[in-house]
Design a protein around this ligand. Structure first.
Ligand SMILES: *Cc1c(COP(=O)(O)O)cnc(C)c1O
Length: 360
């Protein structure tokens, strides 16, 4: 088989989807499967849809466009707020988009009217993580306008925590979202479909007995793909964490001194070492360790997101991953398997140099 490659176990992904769907349904919560780390891989989306996932989230409109070509029935959610320059594409390909800017909403409405389409809107509320979202005190003014704009349908409100500053969803901020939902429905005499509490970072709070109240929707990616929650990277009970793994091939294996020698400066991927380190590295030392090179690099993965038993990641440049292994049994040509975190997975999935294989 070709190396490097991602090995994907569809059965395990299906298990993760069924398990999460069932557990969250018990709390009255439905999920949008967020496939953005896979570039809307059709095989994975099929598995999710067959497991009962009702809608698919993608951050790039291009991926929703390609998804529509293989499955034009599933509802799609653009998870990144749209660019003003892309509103035509957004309304023609996505069923719903996340939004926080009235200028963009006005342009979406005009684009939808022009194309004679209805476009769903999930209004994002800022609850403290400081990424996308309207501050709660500014929300009513935006809703007022959205309800007047033609060809838009207000699907609901949503929040996103955990992605920018690692702020955890908890009873306090989720209660705030629920009461915002209640207030909007009362003030404007409307009903909204989704009170969308967040992403995989909401799962620990729910598992610890969190009360969803109005919350009835989550947008889940990492937990479905990697079986972990993003706040502490803890394995979620009952889910597979190895449904997707990376295989890379050894291209050099030697014993070398543990520290570099010669004057050191910065590299393309790291800062210059401290003065102290420079001095201690002036001479070649006599302590040797295994140094193994893999044919994979920063272009394909996030090296800090790879893990394998007995292997210490030393670093990477564009095309080489450097590790130490003890005991060193990694000969040239050996295929090593690594587990990936979300950041490594995202880059591997989007690298054209990494083959994607389905295994059982
Ligand atoms: C990426 C993203 C998600 C999915 O996050 P996971 O941590 O992978 O579950 C949900 N909502 C928004 C707005 C996102 O950008």
């Amino acid at each position: 088989m070709k190396a490097p490659r991602l090995e994907i176990k569809l059965k395990q992904l299906q298990h993760n989807a069924k398990e999460l769907l069932e557990n969250l349904a018990l709390q009255g919560i439905s999920i949008t499967g967020v496939s953005k780390a896979t570039m809307a891989m059709p095989e994975i989306i099929n598995i999710w849809v067959n497991a009962g996932i009702h809608s698919i989230g993608e951050s790039r409109i291009e991926n929703i466009e390609s998804l529509n070509k293989v499955n034009n029935r599933v509802r799609t959610l653009l998870t990144r707020i749209p660019m003003l320059s892309q509103v035509d594409q957004v309304v023609s390909h996505a069923s719903i988009s996340c939004n926080s800017e009235l200028t963009v909403l006005t342009a979406l409405a005009a684009a939808a009217a022009k194309q004679n389409l209805r476009h769903g809107v999930l209004l994002m509320v800022e609850l403290g993580d400081l990424r996308e979202g309207i501050l709660p005190e500014d929300l009513n003014e935006v809703i007022k306008q959205v309800l007047i704009l033609p060809n838009l349908e207000l699907i609901g409100i949503g929040a996103n925590l955990g992605c920018q500053n690692g702020v955890a969803p908890d009873q306090k901020n989720m209660n705030e979202l629920s009461s915002i939902m209640n207030n909007i429905e009362a003030d404007f005499k409307i009903k909204m479909e989704w009170c969308s509490g967040g992403n995989s970072a909401n799962l620990p709070w729910l598992a610890a007995g969190g009360k969803p109240d109005r919350l009835n929707h989550l947008r889940i990616g990492e937990a479905l793909l990697l079986g972990r929650e993003p706040l502490t990277r803890t394995k979620i009970k009952g889910l597979y964490t190895d449904a997707i793994t990376l295989v890379a091939e050894v291209i050099e294996t030697k014993l070398k001194p543990t520290t570099p020698w010669g004057m050191q400066y910065q590299t393309s991927f790291s800062d210059a070492p401290s003065e102290q380190n420079k001095e201690s590295n002036a001479k070649q030392n006599k302590i040797y360790e295994s140094r193994i090179l893999f044919a994979i690099g920063e272009q394909d993965i996030d090296p800090s997101g790879l893990k394998a038993d007995g292997i210490e990641i030393k670093g990477a440049s564009s095309d080489y991953l450097v590790v130490s292994s003890s005991p060193n049994t990694l000969n040239v040509g050996y295929e090593q398997r690594f587990s990936l975190n979300y950041s490594a997975l995202l880059r591997a999935m989007t690298s054209p140099y990494i083959a994607k294989c389905f295994v059982s």
